[in-house]
Design a protein around this ligand. Sequence first.
Ligand SMILES: Cc1cc2nc3c(=O)[nH]c(=O)nc-3n(C[C@H](O)[C@H](O)[C@H](O)COP(=O)(O)OP(=O)(O)OC[C@H]3O[C@@H](n4cnc5c(N)ncnc54)[C@H](O)[C@@H]3O)c2cc1C
Length: 305
Amino acid sequence: MPRWETYHLATTVEDALNFLAVYQGEATVIAGGTDLMIDLETGEVPLPRGVVDITRVKELQVLRREGKYVVVGAGVTHSRIVTSSLLQVEAPCLVEACGVIGGPQVRNMGTLGGNVAHALPAADGTVALVALEAEAQVARRTAEGQVVRTWHPITSLFLGPGRSAVDSTRELIVAFRFPARRPREGSAFDRIMRPQGVALPILGVAARVQLTPDGQHFQRACLCIGPAGPVPFRARQAEAVLVGQPVGEETLAQAVTAALEEARLRTSRHRATREYRQEMLRVLLRRVIPKAVERARTWKGVDTP
Ligand SMILES: Cc1cc2nc3c(=O)[nH]c(=O)nc-3n(C[C@H](O)[C@H](O)[C@H](O)COP(=O)(O)OP(=O)(O)OC[C@H]3O[C@@H](n4cnc5c(N)ncnc54)[C@H](O)[C@@H]3O)c2cc1C
C-alpha cells in the first residue's frame, strides 16, 4: 500500500492550492480515491510526497441552479447526482451516466471531478458533461500567490487517454456548469457494458436535443460518444445532420451513418472489437436520440422561442 509523507484535509480551495504549492509538483489531489488509489498501486502514477484530500471543501459540494446555468461542484459524488431532483429535471443524461458507474460503494465515494480529471475517453460522467456542453472552473495559484479561477469548455480539458490539461499537482477543478434545460429540450445517456464488467464501458453515448416550437424538427443537437478516439468524442457531423431536419426514422438513419463515419472506433484487448463497437453505436444512437426527443416533448415550461 502506498505511503506518503503528509495527508492534508483541506477545508477551502485556497488551502488545497497552498498545500500543493508547498510541495511544488510533488503532491496531488485526492477526492474519492477510486481511481487514484488503483493508479498508485499499479504504479501508473508515481507515489506523491503529499496528498491533499478535498472531500471537506464545502465549495466543491455545490449543486444548484445559478441563473441560466446548473452548477455541480467537482466534489459531488455520483450517488448525490443520481438522487438529485434538480438534475433529474435539468440533466437526465448526467443522472443516467453517473447511475451506472461502478457499484454503490464506488458511486458513494467517486466524484464528478475525479471522473473528469482522470481524463478517460469513455468515462461515463464525462461523456454526459460533454453532451451538456459543460464548462469546468479550474483554480490555480499564480506566481504572485494569488488564486485565480477560470472557466474552460470541458472538451479543452482532455489531451489524450488519461492525460488531463488540469495538472492535479498544482490545480483544482472547482465546479462544472452547463446551460439549464432550454424549452423543448431533453437529454439521455446509455452504454453497453460487459456483463461481468465493473469499470469502463464498451461504448457510451449521451445526447442533448432541442426541438422546434412545433416539436417536429431538431433545433439543436449535441452528441458525445466514448470511447471513439483518444478523448471524449463530440459527434459534430451527426449533430449537423440532425439540426433542421424532421424528427423521424430517415433523419435518425442519416445521423447514425454520419456518426459511424466520423467516430474513431477501435478494437481494444479487454473490451470489444471495432466491428462490435460499430454495431453498438447504431444500437445506442437509436436508443438515446429517441429517448432525448421523448423527454424534449414532455417539457412543461412556458414556450417563448
Ligand atoms: C470498481 C470500479 C468501478 C468503476 N466503474 C466506473 C464506471 O463504470 N464508469 C466510469 O466512468 N468510471 C468508473 N470507475 C472509475 C472512478 O470510480 C470514477 O472515474 C470516479 O468518478 C473518480 O472519482 P474520484 O473522486 O474517486 O477520483 P480520485 O481517484 O480521487 O482522483 C482521480 C484523479 O483525478 C484527480 N482529481 C480528483 N478530483 C480532482 C479535482 N477536483 N481537481 C483536480 N484533480 C482532481 C486526482 O488527483 C486523480 O489524479 C470505476 C472505478 C472502480 C474502482
